[in-house]
Design a binder for this molecule. Sequence first.
Ligand SMILES: [Zn+2]
Length: 585
Amino acid sequence: MIQLNGVILGYKPRVAARVSLAALILASVCVLAPPSLRAQSCANSDLVVRNAKIVTMDAADQITEAMAVRGGRIATIGTNQDVAACISTTTRVIDAHGRTVLPGLIDVHTHGLEWAKNVVSNQINAAYPTMKSIADLVAEVSRRGKAAKSDEWIVGAGWDDAKYSDHRYIVRSDVDPVSGGHPVYLVHVSGHLAVANSAALKIAGVTRDTPSPPGGVIEHDAKGEPTGILKDNAMNLVANILPAEPPDLAARAAKYFSEQALSFGLTTVHDINLAPEELRGYQQAEHAGWLKVRVHVVPRVRNIADAETLAASGIYTGLGDDHLRIGAAKMFADGGMGARTIAIYPPSAAGETNNFGLLIWSPEDMQRAHRTLAAAGWQLVTHAIGDRAIDEVLDSYAATMKALNLSDPRFRLIHCGISTPAIQKRLKDLHVLVDGNPPFVYWIGSWFRKYGPERVRWSYPAKSYIENGIIEAGGSDVPVTPLTPWWGIWAAVVRSELTTGEILAPEERLTIREALKLYTRNGAYAGFEEKSKGSLEPGKLADFIVMDRDVLTVPSDQLKDVQVLMTFVGGELCYQASAAKVDAP
Ligand SMILES: [Zn+2]
C-alpha cells in the first residue's frame, strides 16, 4: 500500500474508483527526485516494488521479482527476500501482484512538440483514420472557413495520399472553392510536403515563375501553374509567413506531450529538429513543473549559418541534467518517401521517369557543417532515407571523424530507410548508429513499394542490423506514426503493412526481446546514457513501467494493444492508468 497525502494509493487492480482518484492526485504531486549518488545500501528505501515479474533488460536478460528505490535510483534488485531489509516505516511499498515491470521506454526520434502544438492549438487533424479522403478534409476546411475571422489562416496536418481513398495529393483547386478567401496550409503526414491554397500562395508571393529553392520543389501542373504542392525546402515559402504562435503555445504543447508520452510508458523522448522558440518552450515547461518525461532537445540545422551559430554558442551535446538535456544537432540529407524526394540511385521510383530525389546539401557544405558542429562538441544526427543520401552522410561522417580524430562520437543516421548490405557494412565499419523506425513498416510500408521490390527488401532491416553488429534505437517520428512505442514494438515483431496486411521482408522480424531492446538499452546508448538508463540495475535511474499483461508471453498480435498501468520517473509515479484500464485483464 502507498500512503501519500492521507490518501490510500494501494495498487489494487479491482478497486477502480480509488485508483482513478489516486491518478488525479498523483498527477498534481509528481515531482522528480533530486539527483543522488549511487546508493551504497538499500536501507530506508523510498519505494519498494515486490511480487513483480521485473524484466531488467540487463546484459544477462535477468528476470527478478523485487526492486528497491532510493533517491530516484535503483538501490537493489532481486528477490522479495532481498528487498525485505530495504523497507522501513516510511517506505512506499507496491505489491505488483505478478505484473510485468519493464525499464521506462525511450523514443529517440519524435517531433513531439510539433505534434502537440497541432493538438493544443486545435488545428485540423487530417490524419488517417480520423479522415479517410480528400472530401473529408475539404469538408473540414469549409467548416473552419465559415467560422474563421477575416484574414485568419486555416492550418492543419496529417493528410496521407497513400491511405486516403483518392490515392493522390490534395491540391489547391480542391481547397480554393471552400476556403472562403482564407489562406489554407495543410501539411502531409510525412512532414516533407504540404498544400497551400491560392490565397496562401499569393501572400507568399509564389507565382508560376517562382523557381524551386535549393533542396525543395514547387510542383506545377501541365499548364505550368503551381498546384499548391510544396516539397521539402519549398514548404518554407509558406511556413515562414504563418502567423506568429501564441507565446505560451510551445510550453503548453510540451506539457501535453509529456503527459501523453508517460501514458504510453515512455520516460525519455528525443524531440528532433527544434526551432529556437521550441527550445524556449521546453525550458518554460520545465520551470513551470509541467515536464515530467525526460527530454533530449535536438536543435535544427538547416544551413551553414545555423551550424556556425550553434557551434559559436558555446553549448553542446550533454548540457543539462537527467531531466532536460541538450541532445544532438539535426540535419536533413534528403526528403521523404511520401513526397517522393528521397535521394536514390537508379533505377528511379516506379512510374516516375528520372525521379532520383533530392539532396538537401552539397557534399562540401554537409561536410563543412558536420565538421563545424562536431568540432564544437555536438553529436550529429542526420536524416537520410534514400541510399544515395545515406552514402552522402556516411562520406561526411567518415571525413569528420578522420579530420577530428574522434573516438566515440556516436554519430547517428536517422531512418536509414533503404539500407542495403553495402550500406550496412559502412555503418558497421564507421560505428554509426541507426535511429530506426519500426512502425514505418506498418504505417507507411505502402510507400516503400514505389521504390521497387529490391528496395522493399532492404527497407528498415532490423534483424540484419543485429546480425551485423549495428546498433539501432527505436523512434516513432510522431506525427508520422502514433506516439505509442507499442505500435513500433509490435510492428518490429510482425512487419505487416497496413493497407494490404502483407509481411514486408519477413526475414527482418525481431523477437519481442530484440524489439524491446531498441526502445531501452539501445535508446540509452544513442543518447550517451547507458550508465543511467535502458535497463533496471543498481545505480541506474528508477525509470520503470508496470504493464497490464506479460509482454514476453502475450501473442505477438496483441503487442500493440498492451496497456501501461503505471509509469515511474526517478522513482516517482508520474502516470497511472484510469480505472477502466487498470481493471483490464
Ligand atoms: Zn522525423
